[in-house]
Every structure is written in C-alpha cells, then in structure tokens.
Write a protein that binds this ligand. Structure first.
Ligand code: ZN
Length: 257
C-alpha cells in the first residue's frame, strides 16, 4: 500500500500544465511504483509496453478532485466537478443549483450532492481498477476470511484515496462525538469505541486494552524517544569535536589536548 506522502506525490502529478517536466516526473514515479495498469478489454493483467502521460494526468486529477470535493482540502473549484463529469462520462454528476437563498451563484453544487457524487466516482474508479473482494470460509478455519484483491497502481491509488477519505471524515465525525467504527491499532479489528476518542490518538479494541497493549506501545515509544535523545546528544558532541570517532561514546573529561 502507498503511504500518505506517496499518494500526495501521485496527486500532484495532475497539477499544472503538460510538459516534458511533468512527463519525466511521471516516468520517475512509474519506475518506482510500476505502471498504472489501466485494464484493457482484451487482457487486463497484461503489463503494458507504454502508458500515456494523459492517462496518468487524468487519474491524478481525479484523485485531486475527489479529495478537494470531499475533504475541502483545499476548496473545490468548478473545474474539479467538470473534470469528474468528463472523466466518468456522466453529465448528471454534481447537479448544480444556480440560485442559493436568493443569490445567483455560478457552478454552485450542494454539499450533499457533492460528497454523494464524489463517492460514486470513487466507486467507479474502484470498478475500473478491478478491485475485488474475496470472501471464503474454509472448513478448517474457525472464522471466515475477508480480503481485498487488487493488482496495479490504479487499484492502489484508488484504495489509497478510500483510506484518506475514511481517515479524515471519520476523524471529523469523532470530533463531533459520532460513534463511528474504527480499526484497532494493534490487531486491526473493526470495533465501535465506547467513548469519544481524541483525534490523532491510537485506538485499541477492548480486547487489546485488556492485554495492556496501549501501555506496551507507550513504553516502546518512551524507549525510542530515549534512544533518539541519546543519539541527538552524541551528534551534538561530535559536532563540537569532529575528531571523536563514531564508535566510541564520548565521556566527560576524558578528552586530551
Ligand atoms: Zn485490538
């Protein structure tokens, strides 16, 4: 899965004008993460010999438009709605309301229509990328297994967008006090928290809380911080006296002139 930073980099490939600079940035991204792999009607698992810059730009713009519309990060513009209407060939997406409370407003889209239709676009993106789910219950297993099956960067970026929306929208709902399902930091099980958890904090399911997982993470954090602090101090001393070799730890007063 792609990290938030990598998803942001992908999103930025859709910005600005076309040009050799953009094309080389796309080539670099593809060299690192592989081709988009837009499925073709003949063979969707075929590795393509070439991919069009315009296809990359289209999907990067699609991510940008969806994130802008759903998270208002930053505010959506009229061209974002227009992009999604064109990309998914659906003029009915994002119905516009030209008059809002007596004021004429060009290109105004109600927020309920905006998030609903952006969600539809993301669902179409997942379908285009051929993201499937696999549900099975093997006779030897005590519980069913449930997983997402996907291949290619087009699927990875779609799934990444789902994560970005889920994380941010549910955090907002949590701040409002809504009880939304969340996943446990340790065992990844989905559960509904009993209390309103604070934003940006790790969340643990009741079972992991029973097993004192929050304390264990806290302790290992503390140990990590102490190690960082030691490293930082050592670096500082080395900066002052560049002659000290890396392997020996400096002891106060032991340096000779
Ligand atoms: Zn858990």
């Amino acid at each position: 899965l792609l990290s938030y930073g990598e998803l942001r980099r992908f999103r930025r490939l859709g910005d600005g004008k076309d040009g050799p600079d953009k094309a080389s940035r796309i080539a670099k991204f593809a060299a690192r993460f592989g081709p988009l792999g837009v499925p073709t009607p003949t063979d969707f698992h075929e590795t393509p010999n070439f991919e069009r810059v315009s296809d990359w730009r289209l999907w990067a713009r699609t991510m940008d438009a969806i994130v802008r519309i759903c998270l208002r990060d930053p505010l959506p513009r009229e061209e974002d709605y227009e992009h999604l209407r064109r990309a998914f060939r659906d003029r009915g997406l994002f119905p516009q309301n030209p008059r809002v409370r007596g004021l004429p407003r060009q290109g105004f889209v109600e927020s309920w229509a905006a998030t609903r239709d952006a969600g539809r676009c993301l669902a179409m993106w997942l379908a285009t990328a051929q993201v499937h789910t696999d549900f099975s219950w093997h006779e030897n297993e005590p519980a069913p297994s449930w997983r997402i099956i996907s291949t290619g960067l087009l699927a990875a970026t779609a799934l990444g967008t789902v994560e970005v929306l889920r994380d941010n929208v549910t955090d907002e709902a949590r701040l409002r006090g809504d009880r939304v399902p969340t996943s446990c930091w340790h065992c990844k099980v989905i559960y509904i928290p009993r209390r309103k958890p604070s934003a940006g904090r790790r969340r643990f399911c009741p079972e992991c809380q029973e097993l004192k997982m929050p304390e264990k993470y806290r302790d290992s954090d503390k140990a990590k911080r102490r190690l960082e602090e030691r490293k930082r101090r050592r670096r500082k001393i080395r900066d002052i006296r560049p002659g000290i070799p890396k392997s020996t730890s400096p002891v106060k007063g032991s340096t000779k002139r």
